[in-house]
Design a protein around this ligand. Structure first.
Ligand code: SF4
Length: 207
């Protein structure tokens, strides 16, 4: 039987949750509890979590239970990721995390309307489904995955749409890292408003 996901976000399709270190972007190096929600229709061909795409494969889980699990760990940072977490209404989950003193970070493509109360919004736009303007306006961090040379111009297009305070990161797509890294290094040295982001968790052999 198909999931009936409550619109108030009190239950969410949970793919996995784990305590680790945020490997990418502005919060790289910080211990955090990761909540990975199932469901994504953005369709990046290089996606490394394709098993997240079908929400039906992931058990509907009470948001209260997810919060209780997060509270067991020493870090008070939670990263909500996916899949595409903004498919769901995240007001309840993030409200409860805040009520328990936990900081809320999200990793999103921005393809769905913004919900939730966030301490940090990392927008990683994808060519396959454009980000919504409300997510772009509130992003604290723009993280563009560089898969080929044309992605630098595309990154600049998005940089025009975020707020002036938004941090700008370029991150090589993992399978293209060898090829793209020298271009990224060169680009950041010439355009220092951008910074390099690496998937450091892959070097640390952690999830
Ligand atoms: Fe995968 Fe994220 Fe792209 Fe969805 S948005 S297909 S989860 S990389």
């Amino acid at each position: 039987m198909a999931h009936i996901i409550p619109e108030d976000g009190t239950e969410l399709p949970l793919m996995e949750e784990f305590y680790t270190i945020q490997g990418e972007g502005y919060n790289s190096g910080k211990a955090a509890y990761f909540i990975r929600l199932g469901g994504c229709d953005v369709g990046c061909h290089w996606c490394d979590v394709k098993e997240s795409w079908d929400a039906e494969l992931h058990a509907l889980t009470a948001a209260d239970l997810i919060v209780q699990s997060a509270l067991k760990y020493p870090s008070k940072n939670v990263v909500v990721t996916g899949g595409e977490p903004l498919i769901y209404n995240l007001d309840y989950l993030t409200g409860e995390l805040h009520r328990h003193g936990i900081k809320t970070f999200i990793e999103t493509s921005g393809a769905y309307p913004l919900s939730g109360h966030w301490d940090w919004i990392c927008l990683s736009p994808k060519k396959f489904k454009a980000p919504m303007p409300d997510v772009t306006a509130f992003a604290h961090e723009l993280k563009v995955i560089v898969f080929n040379k044309s992605d630098f111009a595309w990154a600049e297009e998005h940089a025009q749409r975020v707020s002036p305070q938004c941090k700008l990161f370029l991150q090589p797509e993992w399978s293209k890292a060898k090829e793209m890294m020298p271009l990224i290094v060169d680009y950041v040295m010439n355009n220092p408003q951008w910074e390099v982001s690496l998937q450091t968790h892959k070097f640390m052999n952690i999830p």
